[in-house]
Design a binder for this molecule. Structure first.
Ligand SMILES: [Ca+2]
Ligand SMILES: [Ca+2]
Length: 354
């Protein structure tokens, strides 16, 4: 029996060490479902100032639009019921919505920008759901962009494109045709896998002004996911830019940045044998130490706030001593992410400052 207990004890210890490394940082960094009793737009900035910690709802065109009856049709992103059902349900799901049916058919430019997020390692992915209101005649396109620096689109931010959805550009025959070869589209992913996946659209028939029966494809929210591994160890802003010209409406929902365990290409325990912060929570001083698996390699020790603001960094050469005695007395109380950035990847732990 003692042998059995010993084996169980070792297995439990190994699991604990493994779990401490693997789950040291939150699996979900960001989630916005646009539900609940509060309108998320109430807590968003209308203009980015560079390094904001809030979401931004930037209406860069400011054009009047005609998607909603009445003179107060929102020109930026706004809260609206899910258009996925033939008759919207009053108490159903809510989404963030943007209109490109603008005055004089000028281009819409609505930016929805997340708060700043620190990507702790290569296992994190962005997922969301989206749809144009209908297709293929007036299909709204958009882009998902990333900025490693400022959250202002006008200062060279948002250079990286994660995803692009195709937009209807020209109508070659009639705007109520469902034949894709009777339109031209901008480059990008076409909704519902070019209207072949019936899970994400349904047919709607109606009478045209000439009294003819016409068909249009009405869309449903379709899930998308893009890995963020090329941003591991960086602080980023992610933007949804609805930049369609003369289309109609689009919606986004369920924006999530989370660790996708199945896509974890590098287990943190492959990088380090141990990584400790003691004491933690930290009152004044703490001792940060690690042991690298394999050959010694250079490492960047970095402490950031959970929204990605770097508060400390120090680079250690491969032959350097893998430990650091940190005086964090000047740091504000709160939650931080302490990371070791190796050429092969990043390992992170939560550091609490009292
Ligand atoms: Ca929702
Ligand atoms: Ca607008």
């Amino acid at each position: 029996m003692k042998t059995l207990y010993f084996v169980i004890f070792i297995a439990a210890m190994t699991g604990t060490l493994h779990a401490q490394i693997r789950f040291a940082v939150p699996d979900t960094l960001l989630q916005e479902h646009f539900d609940g009793t509060m309108d998320p737009a109430d807590n968003m900035l209308l203009f980015p100032t560079g390094f904001d910690t809030s979401w931004v709802n930037l209406d860069d065109d400011g054009l009047p639009c005609f998607c909603v009856a009445g003179p107060e049709a929102p020109s930026g992103w706004y809260l609206e019921g899910d258009f996925s059902t033939p008759v919207p349900v009053a108490e159903g799901n809510s989404c963030f919505t943007s209109c490109s049916f603008t005055k004089d058919e000028l281009p819409n430019n609505n930016w929805l920008i997340t708060k700043r997020i620190y990507i702790p390692d290569s296992s994190y992915a962005l997922s969301w759901r989206s749809m144009p209101f209908s297709g293929p005649g007036y299909m709204d396109g958009y882009m998902v962009l990333v900025s490693r620096g400022s959250n202002q689109p006008f200062e060279g931010g948002f250079q990286d494109t994660l995803f692009r959805a195709a937009e209807t550009v020209d109508i070659l025959v009639t705007d109520y045709s469902t034949k894709l070869n009777e339109y031209t589209f901008s480059p990008g992913y076409m909704h519902a896998n070019s209207f072949t996946d019936t899970a994400y659209y349904f047919k709607e028939q109606f009478l045209t002004q000439n009294g003819q029966l016409a068909t249009v494809y009405r869309c449903r929210l379709e899930p998308h996911s893009v890995n963020l591994k090329s941003f591991a160890g960086d602080s980023v802003y992610i933007a949804f830019l609805h930049h369609s010209t003369d289309d109609y409406l689009m919606q986004v929902d369920d924006i999530l940045v989370a660790s996708d365990q199945s896509s974890r290409v590098l287990d943190p325990s492959d990088l380090v044998h141990s990584f400790s912060i003691s004491p933690n929570p930290v009152d004044q001083e703490t001792y940060i130490s690690w042991q690298v698996n394999g050959n010694p390699t250079e490492v960047l020790l970095r402490i950031s706030s959970v929204d990605g603001r770097e508060v400390f960094s120090r680079r250690f050469a491969a032959e350097g001593v893998p430990r650091y005695f940190a005086d964090l007395g000047a740091l504000s109380a709160g939650t931080y992410i302490c990371s070791l950035q190796f050429p092969q990847g990043v390992v992170s732990k939560v550091l609490i400052k009292q």
